[in-house]
Ligand binder design. Sequence first.
Ligand code: GDP
Ligand code: MG
Length: 296
Amino acid sequence: MGFFEKLKQGLSKTASSISSVFTASELDDEFYDDLEERLILADLGMQTTEEAMEKLRALVRERHIKTVEEAKLALREVLEGMMDVGTTTLDLSTKPSVILVIGVNGVGKTTTIGKLANLLRESGKKVLLCAGDTFRAAAGDQLQIWADRAQVPIVRHAEGADPAAVVFDGVQKAKASEADLLIVDTAGRLHNKKNLMEELRKISRVITREYEEAEVRTLLVIDATTGQNGLQQAREFSEVADVSGIVLTKLDGTAKGGIAVAIMDELKLPVLYIGVGEGIEDLQAFDANAFVDAIF
Ligand code: GDP
Ligand code: MG
């Protein structure tokens, strides 16, 4: 199955729910109410849904739109506009760069790192992984498996080691081997915000001190199947970390997808990559156009 097919299949419930609204014959209150309800059901959330509805009504008025078919095109335009946050790619032009990967447990950080390492190695970058999640048993082993699959080296310590110390070693090895990219896995203990903040700060301090020449990017991984809870995670993480962009995982599963619109609209953070499976090839640069195609 091709990449777009996986995304389309993952979002097929949302697509059929939304397209059923557009079988209406008139642009009446019933149509608008129905659409509003389905956007909320698709995980856009209250705030983003209300904004989308307002913008749609405004366009309909402005352009004297009379048919449901035209309204559908207008809605696509509204959603694409709401997902326009300027940046659409992860800027890795500075050599070297560090990518810090953060997010709560189970969202797909380690898996995403494996896929991303493979993608970037294939694009010609010299990649090194760093097992900064020393908290969870076997986290290092899991990253090791992905490093092997992606054919990139890894720096790791024993379980329970200080993450900042692993990052220190990672930086030394990155420098010695002249790596383009150091990708750092982290443990996501959001339930203790203070700890998380301190840990991220400690890691960042090591990088700025030891690796002055490197540009640091922070990727926040969000599990799309967690819906509005994922949006809340994105809010909280963006308060404690300087997030460069989002990776939205598990869009092949039971995800409704609307969280992508909500994150970009509410938090003005770009969704940079999406995960559509557990395989090494199942990561793709996010494309708002293709995404909207998949839900219509
Ligand atoms: P971490 O705790 O954030 O490092 O999460 P992991 O990388 O260990 O992933 C947790 C689970 O989610 C694993 O079973 C992964 O195979 C699965 N997973 C990660 N990304 C995706 C995805 O895009 N699609 C699907 N279906 N599963 C995924
Ligand atoms: Mg992990």
